[in-house]
Design a protein around this ligand. Structure first.
Ligand code: FAD
Length: 455
């Protein structure tokens, strides 16, 4: 419809730069309504840190838009058509959502919109899931060949968009639409979170490019150093598009940029796996693992609680679990260690640990999280071999050799010097728990159980 405005519906793309949906909206005409829908189906499982960060990103976006972000609450298939009708919009523009819930939701919204066009463009990934395949069209199940074809496939230049790509309409200009609400106040949250929003993301990225990127390959596995980018929450909420990062990396050479590009390929890989096999958000990718025996009952419950609180008596595990609660984030190496401990020392099902992560991680992303867990538990694509069981003490000594990481998050161990901090049971400090399991014994139990299903 000539002259009718568009709706730009923001979801996990809370930014204005490098945003293809703004271009398709501008193609239809100059005026657009900026919309965000608070959807209880996504809000309910989120912990306080995750929600607080999202609300802060929304406030930042609203401020970039000069207070013109329309926020409504409800089921998207009900409220989005009502917003379109209230403004007489001819089209609704979104970034393609590739996750299982988002795909179903968007199909419902598209149907409910009737004659109003629903326009998907771009995606939260450098290469949209489903595009990188083997020569016979089958999806990749192993990362390394995927990443080679991914790099050859390449990606577009960042889309040239900004706040002035369209004229943002006053949210009060619609008639008869759903009630406009304010972005809710932050829930009570003790975690210390990164600054939210697109400007903060770009500033943070600049300082990573100027500093830690140079030694990224060397330092990225050392949780005691600030060696990684901590861009994951910004990528999760779309405060920045990975293509923007890749364009900056392309202007630089060395093993830092090369290694970083490979990490972004992991993000695309897991999104691709989930796109092809959406049921693996909840189920084992390798169905043989359906037969594995898990521990249940009061002892298993107690161990689960100790793990969640960071009170297992294994310092690197406890430091990681406490970092998660304190910052809504955990270092990648430590994510692998605590997940391995969960699956192979506590014999608990990976999806319970994954759910705890999703509640608390500000960067919680279904594809990276569920498949990071499945990789560690051995049931996923390209998984760690089942006989690889991380020893939490030697992992701590290797990757946190000075013990700085553990001392930062476990105050009971603050007085234990150097790497001795990884074996506190030699001289147990007051208030720190004894190990809740015997690693050597549990390792054997895990190998026996895994060995049975591999047979
Ligand atoms: P950097 O080292 O600076 O990496 C740059 C970016 O590359 C990251 O921001 C991320 O987008 C991507 N990346 C790096 N490693 C991985 C990886 N292994 N898989 C997928 N993407 C990767 N990442 C999430 O974004 N959300 C999650 O919910 C999540 N859950 C995880 C659960 C487990 C059990 C494991 C083992 C890993 C998980 N990861 C998850 C991957 C990884 O731990 C984080 O992306 C990383 O720690 C984020 O910190 P960073 O931005 O400093 O990473």
């Amino acid at each position: 419809m000539a002259d009718s405005p568009s709706v730009v519906w923001f979801r996990r793309d809370l930014r204005l730069g490098d945003h293809p949906a703004l271009l398709t909206a501008a193609d239809r005409g100059p005026r657009a309504v900026a919309l965000f829908v608070l959807d209880d189906a996504l809000r309910a499982p989120s912990g306080a840190a995750r929600l607080a960060f999202m609300y802060r990103c929304l406030r930042a976006l609203d401020s970039q838009l000069g207070g013109r972000l329309l926020v409504v609450r409800g089921k998207p298939e009900e409220v989005v058509p009502r917003v379109a009708a209230a403004f007489g919009a001819g089209s609704v523009h979104v970034s393609t959502d590739c996750g299982p819930y988002g795909r179903g939701r968007d199909e419902r919204v598209e149907k409910a919109l009737g004659d109003v066009e629903f326009v998907r463009s771009g995606s939260p990934y450098a290469v949209t899931p489903g595009r990188v395949t083997k020569e016979d069209g089958e999806p990749f199940k192993v990362f390394t060949p995927f990443s080679r074809v991914w790099a050859r496939h390449g990606w577009r230049e960042p889309a040239d968009t900004s706040v002035s790509t369209v004229e943002w309409m006053d949210p009060a200009a619609g008639t008869g639409g759903p009630e406009a609400i304010r972005v809710p106040d932050d829930p009570r949250c003790d975690a210390s979170l990164p600054e939210a929003g697109e400007e903060a993301a770009l500033e943070h990225w600049e300082s990573f490019l100027e500093g830690p990127l140079h030694n990224y390959k060397r330092d990225r596995d050392k949780p005691g150093r600030d060696g990684t980018s901590r861009m994951s929450a910004y990528l999760r909420w779309g405060c920045v598009h990975p293509r923007t990062l890749l364009a900056d990396l392309a202007e630089r050479s060395g093993d830092g940029p090369d290694t970083y590009r490979t990490e972004l390929a992991w993000r695309d890989f897991y999104a691709d796996v989930l796109w092809h096999r959406p049921e693996t958000a909840r189920r084992n990718h390798n169905p043989r693992f359906d037969q594995i025996q898990y521990d249940t009952g009061p002892d298993a419950d107690d161990r689960f609680t100790a793990w969640c609180k960071g009170e297992t008596g294994f310092p690197i595990v406890d430091a990681g679990m406490r970092q998660l609660l304190a910052e809504g984030w955990m270092h990648n190496r430590v994510r692998m260690i605590v997940a391995s401990f969960f699956a192979k020392d506590l014999h608990l099902p990976w999806w319970l640990g994954a759910r705890h992560f999703m509640t608390h991680l500000v960067d919680g992303d279904l594809a990276s999280n569920q498949h990071g867990w499945q990789w560690t538990a051995g049931s996923g694509t390209d998984a760690a071999p089942y006989f690889r069981v991380f020893n939490p003490v030697t992992q701590g000594e290797k990757f946190d050799p000075e013990g700085d990481y553990v001392r930062r998050y476990v105050p009971e161990l603050a007085g234990v010097p150097g790497k001795k901090v990884h074996q506190p049971q030699d001289q147990p400090p007051k208030g720190y728990p004894a190990p809740i399991v015997d690693h050597a014994h549990e390792r054997q139990v895990a190998l026996n159980r895994y060995g049975r299903i591999k047979a």
